[in-house]
Design a protein around this ligand. Sequence first.
Ligand code: NAD
Length: 471
Amino acid sequence: MASRYSFLRQVNKAFDRAAEYTDHDPQLLKQIKAVNSVYHITFPVMRDDGSIEVLQAWRAEHSHHKLPTKGGIRYSMAVNEDEVTALAALMSYKCAIVDVPFGGAKGGIKIARHKYSVGELERITRRYTFELIKKNFIGPGTDVPAPDFGTGSAEMAWIADTYTQMSAGELNSLACVTAKPVSQGGIRGRTEATGRGVYFGVREACAVADDMKGAGLTPGLEGKRVVVQGLGNVGYHAAKFLQEGGAVLVGLAEYEGAVYDPGGLDVDRVVAHRKATGTILDYPGATNVVPVKRALELECDILIPAALENQIDTENAGRIQARVIGEAANGPVTPEAEEELVGRGVLIVPDLLLNAGGVTVSYFEWVKNLSHVRFGRMQKRFEQGAYRRILAGVEHLTDKHFSEPELRDFARGASEEDLVNSGLEETMVLAYDQVRLVRDRLGGEVDLRTAAFINAIDKIAAAYEHLGIFP
Ligand code: NAD
């Protein structure tokens, strides 16, 4: 059964549950929870056939305790004000958890993107950006969008270009949006970042022996059977890195159905098959699973919902066999289903922690845009020289010699991508640890979601306390 709570109420319910474990002033908690501003836009678009369509769009800025605000833009028919504000609120808490100095925001346009040509999507995106500019809902220091469900780097490039055209002479204009193509000021590693972060988070979860014991599993990711729902940006990359990290992908699902093979699937081959045939179904050697929602109930150790919210509810929770659920999507488990699953000992790694890798690397991109220099450009060669000198010293002392390929490998300076991935790993590992420590400090009274919210509330409360109230 669908949740009796709207998405925003689900987020606020989790907030309230966590707030009980803090001793902050109730008025301060009210201020943290409140959505600061919501902009509802109605604008026309000219279709390729000359007809005119009127579209609904939103941008919500949840919290201005840190600026700019930050959050993706979603293109989907399910977009509405409640969804956008709920996602904006989650962004505030997410940014706090990974110590990214932004408030939370989210935007969306209510469209089924597959019904529009590339030209139409460009016109829609540029007009939406213009509407945001008009009301000061976008800018390097005010509000910085990124991709979400149904959008990617192409839309971000159009947003960056529109903003730049409209702000002649603004030196930092490219920092108005993140996850741009590298040629447009993007950063290497951003496309993969959310999925890679999901991998780091799941790996950390699997490393905690007590948690694995509680879930009836052995520690370590190696050999764990994984099902992934949604092979878009987040799901595909999460699947790829989990596979590379030693997990076995037994089930992969897209909206038309799923394929299951207990012997393991190769995500790139499955994606190539889908591209070639137009469907994920009938993948050689695998069993078809339809309707797609049944994929969530497949026998596995770890389930990664990476599509949309409200996928696991009280209707199917009882049939979920996974012992760990890694929330790559935002809000995939309803609160009612969560209660049932946690009661059965299922470990849920919550969205606001697990999918925070995207905003983390978006932050790196924003910093890159403001500093106008690629990470690694200044020090890569210097590092290589320093490592070479150390290796030469080792050779001298040991009277042994490294081969040239060994020297090149050992003396490699860090590239932009190396630094981004290293910063992402550090951030995710630290964030996971902090949340786990909050939970453990409370003697296991709370689950990881509540611990993540407590962690976020404490950090945002500290920021508000130091800010004071204007005027
Ligand atoms: P996306 O549009 O790239 O991919 C979503 C995929 O899910 C698509 O391939 C779509 O066909 C598939 N899908 C839709 N309904 C499905 C269903 N019922 N069953 C199976 N597959 C289905 O979107 P994304 O950017 O990967 O976002 C996915 C989720 O991750 C969203 O909840 C989003 O808010 C969250 N998220 C995204 C990012 C990011 O950086 N893109 C960051 C944090 C969180």
